[in-house]
Ligand binder design. Sequence first.
Ligand SMILES: [Zn+2]
Length: 278
Amino acid sequence: MSISPTLRCPCKGQFLTAAFQYTEPPEGETRFDWGEQLYRRGYDRCTLCGHWFGHHDLDLSRLYAGDYVEKTYGGVEGMRRRFAKIMALPYEQSDNRQRVARVRAFAHSRGIDERQQPRLLDVGAGLGVFPAVMAENGWQVMALEQDVRTVEYLQSVVAIDALAQDLLNIKPAVVGLFDVVTFNKVLEHVEDPAALLIAARRLLTPNGFVYVEVPDVAAAVDGPDREEFFVEHHHVFNLISLAMLIDRTNYTIFQLGNLLEPSGKFTVYTFSICEGLY
Ligand SMILES: [Zn+2]
């Protein structure tokens, strides 16, 4: 098996050049059990749009199902402790609370009224800090996670609606429509991020929008050990490549920006809407 992430960028592979290469996990990367597999991976950089494409022959298929929660968080008990710790962070130190502020401000600018309990779908919710804080602000939240134990944790510990389903298979007739669909550090984990953005369109209200947040390749200034380049990331974006992806999936970008988050993460984000497709 060989991973070939696609962004369908205009370079079509003609302008790729080798970037970081790894023969062992960088410091700080979760030590997954790769069995007999040789740890060999790397990134190619597009010299046209600046996007980085991960490539390797490692089998990631079972990563999110079993090992991931155990190795990344120390199981459900570890998730509960991490959740409590991150929820307690003050605004100045909290990536999540600052994200909540961005999303609420944009929703407000779109005329979405929090007194009407608008609906949020958070794809790949993880620990669930972001949807939890949105719920505190009056939003009806639904979280998607493919891992069944994470879904149980989101329901019981975070106390939000959560489904163990793939966004690609979700039907609006079953889950309804959402004012906001969020992808917080999710699209870099999939080989075809365009497919997820296209799937999200079916679930938006006419006034709805999509918020996307991904790691920014600007982190490369600090070298190859940064978490932006960990094995789970098939893509590392920049302002241009994220804008191209959004444009290609028929959204209109309303806001595009990058930031250095309180945790030290380099991040690119967009707010986008879908016009005229209803
Ligand atoms: Zn390119």
